[in-house]
Design a protein around this ligand. Structure first.
Ligand code: IMP
Ligand code: MG
Length: 179
C-alpha cells in the first residue's frame, strides 16, 4: 500500500439532511401502524439516527431496534453469505416494520432481513435505504424509500466504511488514492 488517500465528496451534509427530512415525510405519509424501525448495523447507524430524529420531528410514533447482519467482512466484495450477528429483542408479530439500511446493492442483505421478519409474523415490512446502487442486484427486491441513486463506486462516510475507517465522516464520499 502506498499513495496518499483523499476523500472526494459525493453527497454533502446539507444535501443529506434535506433528503432525510423528505424521506421522513414520505414515511409519515405511509401511516405505518405500531411501527418498529429496525436499523441494519453497522453501516446504517448514522442514517438511522438522523432519520429517527426526523421522524420524531414530524410526530411519527415508533420504537427502534437494531439487527446486525454481516455480509462483507472487512473487504469490499460481497461474500454472499449472511448471518445474524445480533438480533432484535422485540417480537414483530402483527407489526409494521421499517428496515433501514445504508445501501441496497445485491439486495441479499435486505431480502434476508425482510424474509426473516415476514417469517416471524410481521404484518408489513418496508425498506428504507440511503443509497441505491444500480447493476448488481442478485435478488429481486425494491426499497420503498430511497435517499439517493448512487453511482457504481465504493462509497464511504455517513456510517459507511472500509475496514471500519471513514464511518465518522458527515458526508458520503469516494476514497481516491494518489501516487
Ligand atoms: P447487498 O446485500 O449487496 O445489498 O449489500 C449491501 C450492503 O453492503 C450494505 O448494507 C453495505 O453494508 C455494504 N456495501 C455495499 N456497497 C458498499 C459501498 O460502496 N460502501 C460501503 N459499504 C457497501
Ligand atoms: Mg450494511
Amino acid at each position: 500500500m502506498s499513495g496518499e488517500q483523499t476523500i472526494r465528496v459525493l453527497i454533502d451534509q446539507q444535501t443529506i439532511a434535506a433528503r432525510v427530512t423528505a424521506l421522513a415525510g414520505e414515511i409519515k405519509a405511509a401511516k405505518l401502524q405500531n411501527l418498529l424501525v429496525i436499523a441494519v448495523l453497522k453501516g446504517s447507524f448514522m442514517f438511522a439516527a438522523d432519520l429517527l430524529r426526523a421522524l420524531h420531528e414530524l410526530g411519527v410514533d415508533l420504537q427502534a431496534e437494531f439487527i446486525h447482519i454481516s455480509s462483507y467482512g472487512t473487504g469490499t466484495v460481497s461474500s454472499g453469505r449472511l448471518n445474524v450477528l445480533k438480533d432484535i429483542d422485540s417480537p414483530v408479530e402483527g407489526r409494521d416494520i421499517l428496515l433501514v439500511d445504508d445501501i441496497l446493492e445485491s439486495g441479499r442483505t435486505l431480502a434476508f432481513a425482510k424474509d426473516l421478519f415476514v417469517a416471524r409474523g410481521a404484518k408489513n415490512v418496508q425498506l428504507c435505504v440511503l443509497l441505491e446502487k444500480p447493476g448488481h442486484r442478485a435478488v429481486q427486491i425494491e426499497a420503498n424509500y430511497v435517499g439517493f441513486k448512487c453511482p457504481d463506486l465504493f462509497v464511504v462516510g455517513y456510517g459507511m466504511d472500509v475496514a471500519h475507517s471513514f464511518r465518522q465522516l458527515p458526508f458520503v464520499g469516494v476514497v481516491e488514492t494518489k501516487g
